[in-house]
Design a protein around this ligand. Structure first.
Ligand SMILES: Nc1ncnc2c1ncn2[C@@H]1O[C@H](COP(=O)(O)OP(=O)(O)OP(=O)(O)O)[C@@H](O)[C@H]1O
Length: 327
C-alpha cells in the first residue's frame, strides 16, 4: 500500500502538488490521471524519494522510502525509460541494480525473459529503440519482485503487441495481490487496464474512485435511435414524456431512457427502428468533463479524429513472470 498525506511540492512560485492525500491499495490496478502539468510525475518522484516534498508525507507499506532496506524489493518503478547506462548491456544494467539491492543475479535473466529482451540481453542499451528501452525499464522495476509497482506512461513507445502485453502484465501483477499504480495519457488504454482511478488537476485531488463510478458520475448516458418514420416516432416519444433531440444523420438521442422502454414503445405503435442503442460516454469524455477547468495548456480545435479503440485483452503474458517466480 502507498499512502500520501498532505503531500505538497512547490517549485518557486509554482505549486506542482497541492496537499494531496490518498491511498493506493493492493490487488487492483490504480490509474493516475491528470492533464499535462497536473503534477503526476512530481508526485511519483516524491513517492520514490527522488524529490523532497515541501510538506506532507509518503509511506510505502507504512515506512518512508528512506527507511526501506534494499528498496527494490519493496517498490519497483518505471519513471524514465532513458535512465539506463547506454554504454552497458541490458544484462549489465540490470546486474548493477540487482547487486546494489542484494538481489540474486539469477533474477536478471528472469526479468529480461519476462519483458522479451533475452535475445538482446548482451547489446548495449544505447542502440535500443524507445519500445525496447521501455521494456528494459519494466524489467528493472520487476527485478526485486516487489509488492508495489509504479509505472509512469509505461506504454510510451510500445507497439500494439507491447501495449497489449503491458496491460495484461499489470492485471496479472495486481491479481497476485500487488499494488499497481500507473499513469497514462491513453484513456482508451487506461479504461481497459485500471479498476480504480486517482485524478488530479493543478496538483489537487479531483477524484479517488472506481473506474465505473468515475465514468458514471462524469458522463452522460443516453439512448440513440434511428427510424425511417422519424416524425411519427418523435410525436409518440413526446406524448410519452420523452424528449428526443436530433443529433444529425437522422439519429435521435434521448437522455434518461432505457433501450427496453423505447423499444417497447416503438413496437406498441408499430414503428420501424433501424437503430436502438444505449450510449455511455467513454473515460476520455468523463476525464475531459472533470478536468476542463484544470487544464494548463489548451490547444485550438483542429477537428482531429477520435483515437482508435485499443485492442481487446488477450493471452496472459504476465503468466510467464508468475511461473518463473515460483521456479
Ligand atoms: N524541476 C522542476 N522545476 C520547476 N518546475 C517544475 C519542475 N518539475 C515540474 N515542474 C512544474 O510542476 C508542474 C507539474 O509538473 P509534472 O511534470 O509533475 O506534471 P505531469 O502531470 O507529470 O505532466 P505531464 O503529463 O505533462 O508529464 C508543472 O507546472 C511543471 O512545469
Amino acid at each position: 500500500m502507498i499512502e500520501l498525506e498532505g503531500l505538497t511540492k512547490r517549485f518557486g512560485s509554482t505549486t506542482a502538488v497541492d496537499d494531496l492525500s490518498f491511498q493506493v491499495r493492493p490487488g487492483v490496478v490504480t490509474g493516475f490521471l491528470g492533464p499535462n502539468g497536473a503534477g503526476k510525475s512530481t508526485t511519483m518522484r516524491m513517492m520514490l524519494d527522488l524529490d523532497n516534498p515541501t510538506s506532507g508525507t509518503v509511506r510505502i507499506d507504512g515506512k518512508h522510502y528512506r527507511e526501506l532496506e534494499e528498496p527494490l524489493k519493496y517498490i519497483g518503478a518505471l519513471l524514465d525509460a532513458k535512465a539506463m547506462h547506454g554504454g552497458r548491456s541490458a544484462y549489465n544494467n540490470l546486474l548493477c541494480l540487482a547487486q546494489s539491492n542484494r538481489i540474486p543475479a539469477s533474477r536478471v535473466a528472469e526479468a529480461l525473459d519476462v519483458v522479451g529482451l533475452t535475445a538482446v540481453a548482451r547489446k548495449k542499451t544505447k542502440s535500443f529503440s524507445l519500445g525496447m528501452g521501455q521494456r528494459l525499464g519494466i524489467a528493472s522495476a520487476l527485478l526485486g519482485d516487489p509488492e508495489i509497482l509504479m509505472f509512469d506512461e509505461p506504454v510510451n513507445g510500445l507497439d500494439p503487441e507491447g501495449i497489449h502485453w503491458i496491460r495484461n502484465l499489470m492485471k496479472t501483477l495486481a491479481s497476485q495481490g500487488r499494488t499497481i499504480f500507473v499513469s497514462s495519457h491513453l484513456m482508451s488504454e487506461m479504461a481497459l487496464t485500471a479498476e480504480h482511478l486517482i485524478v488530479i488537476g493543478q496538483g489537487r485531488l479531483l477524484a479517488d474512485t472506481s473506474m465505473a463510478d468515475f465514468i458514471h458520475e462524469n458522463s452522460r448516458s443516453y439512448v440513440r435511435l434511428r427510424s425511417p418514420q422519424q416524425e411519427r416516432l418523435r410525436d409518440v416519444l413526446h406524448e410519452s414524456g420523452f424528449t428526443a433531440v436530433e443529433s444529425g444523420n437522422g439519429t435521435l438521442e434521448i437522455d434518461g431512457a432505457t433501450t427496453e422502454a423505447i423499444g417497447e414503445l416503438a413496437a406498441s405503435h408499430q414503428l420501424v427502428l433501424h437503430e436502438l442503442s444505449a450510449q455511455r460516454a467513454s473515460l476520455e469524455e468523463a476525464f475531459m468533463q472533470m478536468t476542463a477547468g484544470a487544464v494548463e495548456y489548451h490547444a485550438h480545435s483542429t477537428g482531429e479524429a477520435a483515437p482508435p479503440p485499443a485492442t481487446p485483452p488477450g493471452p496472459q503474458w504476465g503468466q510467464s513472470y508468475q511461473s518463473s517466480k515460483g521456479a
